[in-house]
Design a protein around this ligand. Sequence first.
Ligand code: ANZ
Length: 957
Amino acid sequence: MSETNPAAAEVAAPHRYTAAVAAEIEARWQDVWDADGTYAAPNPKGDLAGDPGLVAKPKKYVMDMFPYPSGAGLHVGHPLGYIATDVFARFQRMTGHNVLHTLGFDAFGLPAEQHAVQTGEHPRVTTEAAINNMKSQLRRLGLGHDKRRSFATIDPEYYKWTQWIFVQIFNSWYDDKAKKARPISELVARFESGERAVPGGRSWDALSAAERADVLGEYRLAYASDAPVNWCPGLGTVLANEEVTADGRSERGNFPVFKAKLRQWNMRITAYADRLLDDLNELDWPEAIKLQQRNWIGRSEGARVDFPIDGEAITVFTTRQDTLFGATYMVLAPEHPLVEKFTPAAWPEGTHDVWTGGHATPAEAVAAYRAQAASKSDVERQAEAKDKTGVFTGAFATNPVNGEQIPVFIADYVLMGYGTGAIMAVPAHDTRDFAFARAFELPIRCVVEPSDGRGTDASTWDDAFVSYDAKIVNSHGEDVSLDGLGVTDAKARITEWLQRKGIGEGTVNFRLRDWLFSRQRYWGEPFPIVYDEDGIAHSLPESMLPLELPEVEDYSPRTFDPDDADTSPETPLSRNQDWVDVTLDLGDGRGPRPYRRETNTMPNWAGSCWYELRYLDPHNSEKLVDPEIEQYWMGPRAGQPHGGVDLYVGGAEHAVLHLLYARFWSKVLYDLGHISSPEPFHKLYNQGMIQAFVYRDSRGFPVPAAEIEERDGAFFHNGEQVKRELGKMGKSLKNAVTPEAICEEYGADTLRLYEMAMGPLDVSRPWDTRAVVGQYRLLQRLWRNVVDEATGEVTVVDAEPDETTLRALHKAIDGVRQDLEGLRFNTAIAKVTELNNHLTKAGAAVPRPVAESLVLLIAPLAPHIAEELWRKLGHTDSVVHQDFPVADPRYVVDETVTCVVQVKGKVKARLEVSPAISDDELEKVALADEKVVAALDGADIRKVIVRAPKLVNIVPA
Ligand code: ANZ
């Protein structure tokens, strides 16, 4: 039979496994699975439609990072993780687990909104079309999802609960003593009773409603505040730092961008910084991701120190309080609120020219420098390599350890948003301070003894000496000395001294900032917040949720004169008077009143902060999730002290924001008693990327990869030679391959196998369409080992397999089991291939037990062909819920040797053992052997002589 002539092959082998056969099988079984609810995972309460009722099985919750339904649809790179979780979930089902695996859609977002701005088409329409397209693309892959549990974040029944969670967060505060969130009503009760002092010292009764709201705003876990933002009047929107160019203009449109303050919602995630750090330790996550989260949270232990100035003080945050004697000047962030206060009217006598920046007065110098700093992003301001700029404020503060008067500068390398926004500068031992001191001719004093032989005269140094493991020198004052101490001891001593004097204290500082939660967009969740006539924010009662998005005429924000900084954003929702201005009875006893709705929407992260909970109980209209159901799927258990999803697979690009936000929401819901699991995801796994070759013509433009010809290792497009490089897959690079195209040519099972066989799951790999056929051939040989290609009859025989086949089989079973459990799908496929090749080579009809095991082994990877062959082998129930084969250890070892067991010098038994068996193991096996036990007849043993693997000699007492 010729493989190169399909028509001839079809005549000779009408029952061969071909793309057409694959297509027919796959569509047929997908329909059956859907109709039978094969992948429906029962809940403990059995309240989902079609629920078969809970069986007494251990649970396994397997989850993917859900997709954004892009209009472009999926290419073959997208489903890599979805196929992997599907294989794993199928394997878990076959090893006795009740498996929850489904997929929803993260469907709010900018692309649909931008499309709406351009075309006027409602983003819901385009989003739903994209979801439907993706669903059919995914269905074709045969993913075993419980479809009853799928939803999109734009569904009002879903975002009702996103809004509800916002309300819970708004109505709670963080109790630092109990280290948990509590209802805000408890805080109010404490203020009322006097159990807790009201900040400002007045009694709660004496405060107006607005004053009370202000006080509570300082505690709420969701709060509104004036946040500095990048306001671009020309675009009518606020921009992220990344969207602003180095010269302070918008990347898109090149309009001026102004720093403006805007009333925005924030989430007080900083209250959870410690717990977010500590709980990482118990999670089964890649170390690299844990490290990124730790860095993002950025815990620093140090001290706050007051530097007296004009009868007041500037407080600095330092991690090197041991270097206080080396502080020769101070720096405040340009925006620091105390700057004006201490800036004198004129330059002090003898002020150095380089300190003034050429300005006539300190006020002028400060104003000019502030304007310059405002146009830079934090990242630019902190860049190590950048020249240090700044200006003297004209003021001096007192170094509290030695009474020295040191000049106070403003400089942009100090950020307002970190620590206290003020530093003591120790140029001898901090790189940035050193550069600044050299530029401004400031004194540099060595207080940490250099260990590299450069000596303690800092005037001769080329750079700062930075060390945490050295001796402190030049550090003694009237009543404190650090000389001779190591860094750690010096820190402890000076901190104790500062505390005793009441001018400082040890403190922990975090890099983590509160989470800016407002967006000036249309296509997001509306806030469940209204403002009364006094401007006080109220949350909507649950009965008013979901608060649905209004229909609007225009999805774009209002734009202004690009140079008019005195404008502020006008969001698409704010133009809808009927929706914005409402009369409501919030059920708080105040009766119906006029309110104004919040007109920002939530950020795209909101919907993905808690979706793992909704899959559990997606149609519950009373609660976000039933506690018993949540406890069953997510609750803490042995090895998972914080509970969470058993396996969560997605890209490493979500290392920080999504995962941190979701962890934060879980902790709040846990504290408030709504869920039993303080962590959402117990095990996290990052799949690699599928890369693709990009072909570029002489001008550097990508040309369609599908039209490339390869000749002698060179690549041509329309006769012109082109360059090949490895890049991303996608439409813009003209190298996207769709899953449909591969399914069409080979079938979904081949695509699944190919993606899983390409390499270890966590490694990036290049797509190669020409290599896909290898997996197709594997499936053809598998088929041929069970089905006669000419007649379609099953060819297996009811015979005992021979010894070598048994060994090949059980070795494969053993290896595949371990590989599937460990997500090593590529090596699992290699083992199935080896077994299949063994059977092909043997040439004889395959014994039934071997054929059945082989089909079960491949079932998680290639479920359609497995289901078809399983039924052909005479079974009436689905392969999906069969038991995965278990290896017989006798056949797993490579080969065996015969071990002779003697009792009192007489041979009593012969054992087949592994040549690698240890003495200990062999002794155990020998003593447990029936014949040996009989020969000993309960006698005590004096001694056992073992010569593994061949001899055991037992000497009874
Ligand atoms: C004196 C000192 C001496 C410092 C020395 C360092 C080395 P991490 O570890 O990242 O927390 N710092 C404090 N607040 C700052 C701000 N708002 N903007 C820029 N820098 C700031 O860094 C803490 C250190 O960064 C602090 O310790 C402070 O400089 C600086 F030999 O104080 B250090």
